[in-house]
Design a protein around this ligand. Structure first.
Ligand code: MIG
Length: 801
């Protein structure tokens, strides 16, 4: 019987995803337009609004059998002051066409089908496969959970024969999501493997790429949502949700980079984290007492392994009460952070959303929140009492602006104790009573007075919690950049937090998900990503740990972390042989900080991530379209790690151009696949011909020494040219937002029998102090060096022979 029910349940959920049974929106009977919006009125009283936000960005909003609501709010969207670009409207008896400088949106009236075309070439970019659809009689509504959530809404697009799909945030899946389908419902999924879905985050944004031409779709709907890229049927790529509005944004490239910039305009940019966040980080569930924390840091220093940050996991607290320290384990947190600060190490504490529900008064976080009525309640007015680490707990209704502010202010406790950053975990939100969310279905959030339920608010819970945390830290320390790291998320999270990929396994299979996950997150507006180095659950070994560092030493977030009962895996745990290799990569990371930080600042400014799939840099080259066992850092480094045991050789695809083996400087002609050796101490790494890679001294921690000298490593292309940039600022304050930075452009060209280096006039007002620039030409057998060129702070030309 149980079996049968299970089978039935599976069948219904398959049905839930069969959108062909849905009602279709009626044909257009008339339309009107305002300065930036065309409103279509349909025969079935449905309405569709097309809003022109930019030449390459059009919003589509639909309400089925009713008018578009006047209320229009999104927690993800950061910008609403678009200057309407020029556009015009034409109509024929069959269609209505909106044309901007870049996009042509053709609405066929009957049936109502929308085509997106390139305005210049009229080439079709994306077309509705069927009219937008809805679940009129509730057959599919909330089939998984909450029948009151509203109705199922869906849009369906033609599936291209050679169309590739990227993005969708954090999925335990390959880079190219063609032929796959996904659900978004933030879930605590420890030990997930490939194809486990959903996991922690919801970023309902994807990119389509066909014939080298890219578009993007952001379906801004926080209800449980579905994306199917030609899996159920090769006729369609569709998306839908169990409630809320049909509300999506269409982005036109043709370049992916341009779309990512626009997506960052819409949902916000990642602010720069403090520079030390790019340092090496160490964690464990949990280091305690305080002497153990000091011992770990001491071990790092003794072994000459660089370290910037150490984490305190849940056991630092008094009975898992957030905003407290356990008096026995951490009698003097201020003293501890001060001692570690003198060794160049910052402390980050975990802060979970569950506040202990306790009968006796005296726990300030619970008492105050209860008094102010900031905690989530069920529809009947009862406090919602989930069970998490503290036992019975409560969650803050983070949709309340005052509650977010209160939550943020509570962090004064951490600041006063010298804590440098905040780690938000369990914010799906996880509830031990029931991880699927069923126990939370009737939990109501204020939500701008709409009083909506969990069906809408689950996926945005972490976003709003991170927002409360970030804004609090910003208020408490206006001269410091906040550092927040989160597990769960919704689109827009990059404005407040960095992220990691949760509870991975210490297995080769899990390791091979690093590249597709980091790159997909980067293609979804989240540039600052990483994964527990060595894996979180289970027992690793030296080889796995080394190969894991050979990926993560270039990831924005590089943190070794381990489950409470897992075998220890700090860099030295498997013996000197492995430790020495790990040291080599950590030192290289620190030497590369000028390059990594320069590339990170570009991610902040342009929305184009640091950790990239090849397709992002070479979207015209079809060979790159599904490569996810290699990655690039910025434009210039190409890395091909090993993700299997006992393997010391692999194939590497080098796109067209000139490439240099980073280790030997051997030159390769690209556009081909080569075989390279990769003994355990080597990760195959190549530098693009045409690049100049700035490097600094090796460090034990950020700020240990000034960045002096700066070494510009020059890798000329076929014509003998190369170019690069160096971005610098104080690494700590928000001054960079007001121009307190220094960006130095450097270019090299062939001149006679030698080369000429030109340094541009630095941009920005930051003064890095006196230092030396070294130039190293990598193309010659014996590298030529020019030493002792003082950074003069203005443009100059230097001959290199
Ligand atoms: O239920 O805080 O993903 O990094 O060590 C487990 C304990 C809760 C899950 C996090 C993990 C962390 C652990 N947490």
């Amino acid at each position: 019987m149980k079996r049968l029910l299970l089978i039935l349940a599976c069948l219904t959920s398959v049905n839930a995803q069969d959108i062909t049974t849905l009602e279709k929106i009626g044909p257009v009977v008339r339309f009107e337009n305002s300065e930036k919006t065309v409103t279509l009125h349909c025969q079935d009283n449905s309405q569709v609004q097309l809003t022109v936000l930019a030449p390459d960005l059009v919003r589509v909003r639909a309400a089925f059998t009713k008018p578009i609501p006047t209320k229009d709010h999104s927690w993800a969207v950061a910008k609403d002051d678009w200057t309407t670009p020029r556009w015009n409207l034409t109509e024929t008896p069959d269609s209505i066409t909106i044309t901007t400088d870049e996009l042509e949106v053709v609405v066929h009236r009957s049936p109502l089908l929308i085509d997106f075309r390139d305005a210049r070439t009229h080439q079709l970019l994306n077309a509705d496969e069927r009219p937008m659809s809805y679940d009129a009689n509730g057959r599919l509504a909330g089939i998984q959970f909450d029948s009151k959530a509203g109705m199922f809404v869906a849009a369906s697009k033609k599936f291209g024969f050679d169309e590739h799909f990227y993005g969708l945030g954090e999925k335990a899946a390959r880079l190219d999501k063609r032929r796959m389908s996904f659900v978004n419902w933030n879930s605590d999924t420890p030990g997930y493997n490939e194809n486990k879905d959903p996991i922690y985050q919801t970023i309902p944004f994807y990119l389509g790429l066909q014939r080298g031409i890219a578009y993007g779709i952001f379906f801004d709907n926080s209800y449980r949502s579905y994306f199917d890229f030609g899996r159920a049927s090769s006729e369609r790529a569709w998306f839908g949700a169990e409630g809320g509005e049909m509300n999506y944004y269409f982005f036109y490239g043709p370049s992916i980079k341009k779309i990512l910039g626009r997506y960052a305009d819409l949902t916000g940019r990642m602010p720069l984290p403090p520079l030390w966040a790019l340092g090496n980080q160490q964690s464990r569930w949990s280091y305690f007492p305080d002497t153990m924390v000091e011992e770990v840091v001491g071990e790092y220093r003794k072994r000459d392994l660089p370290l910037d940050v150490i984490y305190l996991d849940i056991d630092y607290m008094n009975g898992y009460r957030v905003f407290t320290f356990d008096k026995e384990r951490f009698p003097d947190p201020r003293g501890l952070t001060e001692k570690l600060r003198r060794q160049g190490v910052k402390v980050v504490t975990i802060v979970d959303p569950g506040i202990k529900h306790q009968k006796e008064r005296g726990y300030h976080a619970f008492d105050q929140g209860l008094e102010k009525n900031f905690f989530q309640r069920r529809r009947n007015g009862d406090l919602f009492v989930p069970r998490v680490w503290p036992g019975d707990s409560v969650f803050v209704d983070f949709t309340l602006p005052d509650a977010r502010r209160w939550w943020g202010d509570l962090h004064r406790f951490y600041i006063d104790n010298g804590i440098a950053g905040i780690w938000n975990d369990m914010n799906e939100p996880s509830d031990f009573v029931d991880q699927t969310g069923k126990n939370q279905l009737d939990v109501v959030s204020y939500d701008e007075g709409e009083k909506t339920t969990h069906a809408k608010n689950r996926n945005t819970f972490a976003l709003l919690m991170a927002r409360g945390t970030y804004e609090g830290l910003e208020r408490l320390q206006p001269d410091r950049r906040p550092y927040v790291i989160t597990r769960a998320a919704y689109a827009g999270i990059q404005r407040y937090s960095t992220m990691w990929t949760g509870d991975t396994n210490s297995t080769w299979e899990a390791l091979s998900l690093n590249i597709p996950m980091f790159t997909s997150l980067g293609l979804s507006g989240e540039p600052f990503v990483g994964s527990d180095v060595g894996g979180f659950i289970g027992r690793g070994n030296g080889e796995l740990l080394v190969r894991s560092y050979q990926i993560s030493f270039l990831a924005p977030f590089c943190r070794n972390h381990k489950q409470h009962d897992g075998y220890d895996q700090e860099p030295w745990r498997f013996g000197k042989y492995y430790e020495d290799i790990i040291r080599k990569y950590l030192k290289l990371r620190y030497a590369l900080l000028p390059f990594l930080y320069t590339t990170l600042e570009e991610a902040h400014r342009t929305g184009v991530p640091l950790f990239r799939p090849l397709v992002l840099n070479y979207q015209d080259d079809p060979n790159t379209h599904n490569i996810d066992d290699q990655f690039m850092i910025g434009e210039d480094l190409l890395v091909a790690p090993i993700m299997k045991p006992d393997v010391t050789r692999r194939l590497v695809y080098l796109p067209a151009g000139v490439w240099y083996d980073y280790w030997s400087n051997k030159r390769y002609a690209g556009g081909t696949t080569i075989t390279v050796d990769a003994p355990l101490d080597v990760v195959p790494m190549f530098v693009r011909g045409g690049a100049i890679v700035p490097m600094g001294p090796t460090l034990n921690y950020v700020g240990e020494k000034p960045t002096d000298p700066v070494t510009f490593n020059i890798y000329p292309d076929d014509a003998g040219s190369a170019a690069g940039r160096l971005y610098e600022d104080d690494g700590l304050s928000p001054g960079y937002k007001r121009g307190v930075f220094r960006r130095t452009a450097v270019a090299v060209r062939r001149s006679g029998r030698g080369f000429l280096v030109s340094l541009g006039t630095p941009e920005g007002t930051y003064n890095p102090g006196p230092r030396t620039f070294n130039f190293v030409l990598k193309s010659l057998g014996s590298a030529a060096k020019v030493l002792n060129i003082k950074d003069s702070g203005h443009a100059q030309e230097i001959p290199l022979r």
